[in-house]
Design a protein around this ligand. Structure first.
Ligand code: G4P
Length: 291
């Protein structure tokens, strides 16, 4: 269950979170920022650059099993052009998790070389995981921890209770992730977070959200979506609320009197989108376009 379902990002809470992350940052040499590969823009924290300052960073595009493969590749190339190392991962199957140490090594190389030049033989690097709620931070840490049973004992100067996992020869990872807040002054970001289920459904109007999702799906026309609801061209051109009714009717979602249960249809549509049954879809592209 994602933290967003019970955390309200009020200013006091943000200040406390910021302080906690700043304290943890002092213990590490680098940061792995987990984002949701389906929404690479909306799933990033707007203040991370300021928070981590010059610390090396790896971007982990998680949930790539549910994102569009071509789009993920375009994003990785886009980050590479900016000199940022990114890796597409999937914490459900564990895909590419074994490439994580090498990715960290790439971003740490300069620092390691500098330490070696100063006479340090095999410097151990430490990293922490950060990201907004629901991107898969716990899943990532659990998977990595399972693969790397050996824990490093608490060490002097490190807050009591911090656990470190040795994840490769000279790399350790903090077991507690930094939970960041998403951008919440942008309606589109809010919508994309809600589409993927990162925002609690009780705080959004579910039918309105389904209508907005249909606006988006009508433009993109993913094959799986069209085939799943057997939609013809006329139906794809219908007003999105009418399309929600069409979909509800096709699924036999009726209430007494023959009316269509649009709320049930909306819940079903969002559930299927979130489970990638309407296609592996990336909502946001590097060129700023919506897909
Ligand atoms: P968080 O710590 O960043 O808040 O995220 P968390 O690991 O709790 O993951 C949030 C949800 O995303 C979980 O689903 C988790 O299983 C799912 N998830 C994480 N990584 C991946 C991935 O790479 N691919 C897919 N398809 N899903 C992923 P949940 O429904 O909240 O819980 P559950 O169904 O796993 O019990």
């Amino acid at each position: 269950m994602s933290e967003m379902q019970n955390i309200q990002w009020f200013p006091g809470h943000m200040t406390k979170t910021k302080r906690q992350i700043q304290a943890s940052l002092k213990l590490v040499d680098a940061v792995a920022e987990i984002i949701d590969a389906r929404i690479p823009v909306s799933s990033r924290n707007p203040d991370l650059d300021k928070l981590i300052q010059n610390k090396p960073r790896v971007i982990l595009m998680n949930k790539c099993d549910m994102a569009n493969r071509t789009a993920t590749k375009m994003w990785i190339d886009h980050y590479a052009k900016q000199g940022v190392t990114a890796l597409a991962i999937d914490c459900k199957s564990g895909r590419n998790l074994n490439r994580f140490p090498a990715a960290v090594d790439t971003v740490m190389r300069e620092r390691i070389e500098r330490l070696k030049a100063k006479g340090m033989k095999n410097p151990t690097m430490r990293i922490m995981i950060v990201g907004i709620p629901n991107v898969g931070k716990s899943s990532f840490i659990n998977k990595i921890a399972k693969q790397n049973r050996a824990k490093v004992e608490d060490r002097p100067g490190v807050t009591r209770g911090n656990q470190w996992f040795t994840i490769s020869k000279n790399l350790e990872m903090l077991d507690t992730p930094g939970v960041l807040w998403p951008r919440f002054d942008d309606k589109t970001v809010g919508e994309h977070l809600a589409f993927t289920g990162a925002v609690k459904d009780q705080v959004v109007d579910i039918e309105l959200l389904a209508v907005r999702l249909l606006d988006f799906l009508k433009k993109l026309k993913p094959q799986e979506f069209v085939a799943r609801f057997k939609l013809d061209d006329a139906e794809l051109c219908a007003d999105s609320y009418d399309l929600l009714k069409i979909i509800g009717k096709k699924r036999g979602m009726l209430v007494s009197g023959g009316e269509i249960d649009t709320e049930r249809a909306a819940i079903m549509l969002l559930d299927e989108f979130r489970a990638a049954k309407l296609g592996c879809i990336t909502d946001e592209m590097p060129n700023g376009e919506l897909r």
